[in-house]
Each structure stands twice: as structure tokens, then as C-alpha cells.
Design a protein around this ligand. Structure first.
Ligand SMILES: [Fe+2]
Length: 181
């Protein structure tokens, strides 16, 4: 399985969305593989991390996000669930879970209910070490004009703060687990 081949089934090579998806995916994949190499005791699957990191945002084209070239009709927050549906249809359930569980630092059923989020009511939290690493690595890279610039841990924390201290605490637990602070 070659991740780019799957992406090319849904995105036109050369389009804005394709360019952003591939670049962002590659940045997250490189960061995630670096982290994985620092924690051999957890036995992370490097091949899976590379593939799933490239594919984690494959659902964005179905969302209404014109600034990143995506002209679908779904709210952006649904892109993880949409990505899971796409990869499930390819028989890639493990990669699909990475899509669904990477949004923010994970979305709880309480988040969905209390904030009335347009998501199925289930916990969408990174569980496996690979899911946790990719979710963490993703927070360092935007998909906007600053796409190539890696955020610092402090910058990520500042962004997460508006979603609550619990989210910041979860991110900082990972930062410690991955020996980044
Ligand atoms: Fe991402």
C-alpha cells in the first residue's frame, strides 16, 4: 500500500488541497517517526506511523474549507470521521482510527454532547502508541500560510488553552512521555 496512491484517488495532483495535504502529511510523518525513534521501549510500528501520518487528514476534501482548497459541504471538525470512512472502505481500519482520533488531542463523548459538535457520539481518543504519537506530532503543523513552520511546545499550548486546561494537560503528558520537555 502506497499512501500517495490512495490520496491520488480522491485529490487531483497539483490542486491546492492535494499540495497542502501531502506537504502537511509529510511534515507530520517526519516529526512522528522522529518521536517514535526516541521511545523504542514502546515498540512503535514505524511503517504504520509513516503511512497513517501521511493519510491522517485524507477526509478534508469533503469539508467546506476553501482556504485550503476544500469545497465539500461538511464542517471541518468532521474530517477525521470522514477520513476513517474512506480508509475503512479500503480495508485500512487501523489507519482509519488514526484519522478519527487525531482531532485536537482527542475528542470525548462529553465534548461532543456539551459542545453540540456535529460528530457521532463516541469517544475519539488516541489509544495505541502510534495514534498518540501522530495526534501529538500533528499539533505542531498548521495547514495555512505558516504550513512549513513548526510550532514550539509553548505555541501549541497557547492554541490548546482555549479548549480547556484538560486538553493542555493531556498534551503536556505526551510532551513528557516523548522527552520533549
Ligand atoms: Fe493534520
Amino acid at each position: 500500500m502506497i499512501p500517495i496512491d490512495i490520496i491520488n484517488e480522491f485529490y487531483n495532483p497539483g490542486s491546492k488541497a492535494h499540495t497542502i495535504l501531502i506537504k502537511h502529511g509529510q511534515l507530520v510523518a517526519a516529526r512522528a517517526v522522529d518521536i517514535a525513534c526516541k521511545i523504542p521501549e514502546h515498540k512503535p510500528d514505524l511503517k504504520f506511523i509513516e503511512e497513517a501520518a501521511i493519510l491522517h487528514d485524507i477526509g478534508i476534501f469533503k469539508t467546506n474549507s476553501p482556504t485550503i482548497g476544500c469545497t465539500g459541504d461538511q464542517p471541518y471538525i468532521v474530517h477525521g470521521v470522514l477520513g476513517r470512512e474512506i480508509l475503512d472502505s479500503k480495508g485500512m481500519e487501523g489507519h482509519g482510527l488514526v484519522c478519527e482520533r487525531h482531532v485536537g488531542v482527542g475528542v470525548t463523548i462529553e465534548d461532543i454532547k456539551t459542545q453540540n459538535l456535529p460528530l457521532p457520539e463516541r469517544d475519539m481518543l488516541p489509544v495505541s502508541i502510534e495514534e498518540q504519537i501522530i495526534c501529538y506530532a500533528d499539533k505542531f503543523f498548521s495547514k495555512d500560510s505558516k504550513m512549513g513552520e513548526e510550532r514550539s511546545v509553548d505555541e501549541v499550548v497557547a492554541k490548546l488553552q482555549k479548549y480547556g486546561q484538560e486538553k493542555v494537560n493531556k498534551f503536556m503528558l505526551w510532551a513528557k512521555m516523548f522527552s520533549e520537555v
